[in-house]
Design a protein around this ligand. Structure first.
Ligand SMILES: *Cc1c(COP(=O)(O)O)cnc(C)c1O
Length: 364
């Protein structure tokens, strides 16, 4: 089955074999070596120096990483501004509420480009804002939010920028230092092609360790996790086999040419799908230049209904992904992460053609 949902992804043979790696006690040096390798490998993805930056690993899906980031980097006296233009931005507001973090939002229509003027106004109006949270790639719609200018605005107002990079880390440009990112959450099983079960946050050491945050959560306390991991330990049991897989995935990632290579590959796959679907008059929600290379959203053609489309493609070996919330019935999404190839995309387009033009398809 080819998974075109935004994670978990199809694993390479190497990553799948790594899942069957040696059983390790998480309190033995063999595990510490594995953990150190992964932490260094995650920083290497964007060339970050270990003395200033920490990669902190957490058992859990991407949401665990995002929640840990918000709960651990916003001191009790801070006010968080959350920028919402899809499900994942709105989820961060819910996290702030659960943890009792004072929160202001800049709501947008789902899929809208960031309104930087509205953000600037909010920062001017609410002087108490100390942190700004944003989703880099809003997987709800495929929109890639532009962070360079947002980073500049945050810098000018002295606010720290916290990024949900769960569906962009490893495949899109992320200039931590230039954009003034204080922390970014990611996961093993999206653009890095690992197995699900471990997430991470990359944070400026200074922001994470010198802040005056009294822990709001025991398990998701990132500063504590970081201190333990810096001592080659771990606060709690880690998913050892998932970590073997992540170490292998990072090796394959590096050997294939790092994030620029993954970006190019995704752009090629997504471009082929977009072009092929356009020929069938299936319209993308957003123009390609505003969309991540990771995922595009398309309008469900009037003649089809989503469930029928999903089931017919599944019968042909492809899992596509429904729209969320109010987009449930009128959008579908195609992600091109994971161990998939241009040939798989050709077969996908053939399947679409068969479904949409059942009469003339055998001729092609
Ligand atoms: C996938 C995703 C998440 C986390 O989802 P999980 O199901 O917890 O892995 C968070 N933010 C974004 C933008 C995502 O795409």
């Amino acid at each position: 089955m080819i998974l075109l949902n935004p994670g978990p992804v199809n694993l390479s043979d190497g990553v799948r074999r790594a899942l069957a790696g040696p059983d390790l006690c998480h309190r033995e040096p063999e595990f510490s070596d594995l953990q150190d390798t992964i932490r260094r490998g995650l920083l290497d993805v964007y060339g970050l120096a270990q003395e200033h930056w920490a990669a902190v690993l957490l058992a859990g899906s991407g949401t665990a990483g995002v929640e840990a980031m918000l709960a651990s980097l916003t001191p009790q006296k801070s006010t968080l501004l959350v920028i919402e233009n899809g499900v994942y931005g709105e989820r961060m507001t819910r996290m702030a509420s659960v943890h009792g973090i004072a929160c202001v939002t800049v709501p947008h229509a789902w899929g809208a480009a960031l309104d930087l003027k509205a953000v600037t106004q909010a920062l001017e109006r609410e002087r108490a804002i100390t942190h700004v949270a944003v989703v880099h790639h809003e997987t709800t719609t495929g929109r890639l939010n532009e962070l360079a200018q947002l980073g500049e605005i945050c810098r000018r107002s002295g606010a720290q920028l916290l990024v949900d990079g769960v569906s962009s880390f490893g495949a899109e440009a992320l200039d931590f230092e230039k954009w003034g990112i204080a922390a970014c959450a990611g996961t093993a099983n999206k653009c890095l092609h690992g197995a699900p079960g471990v997430s991470f946050v990359i944070a400026l050491r200074e922001a994470l360790l010198s802040s005056s945050v009294a822990p709001r959560t025991l398990y998701l306390d990132l500063a504590n996790a970081c201190r333990e991991q810096d001592k080659r330990g771990t606060a709690f049991t880690q998913p050892v086999h998932v970590m073997h897989a992540l170490a292998r995935a990072l090796e394959e990632f590096r050997d294939a040419g790092g994030w620029p290579a993954r970006h190019r590959l995704y752009a090629e796959l997504a471009g082929a799908v977009r072009e092929g679907l356009l020929k069938l008059r299936v319209e993308p929600l957003l123009p390609a230049q505003e969309t991540s290379v990771v995922l595009s959203a398309y309008r469900v053609p009037a003649a089809l209904d989503y469930d029928a489309l999903h089931d017919a493609l599944k019968a042909r070996g492809f899992i596509i992904y429904a729209g969320q919330g109010r987009f449930k019935d009128n959008l579908f999404r195609i992600s091109t992460m994971g161990a998939i190839t241009p040939a798989d995309m050709e077969r996908l387009l053939l399947a679409f053609r068969e479904l949409m033009h059942p009469v003339d398809s055998p001729a092609h």
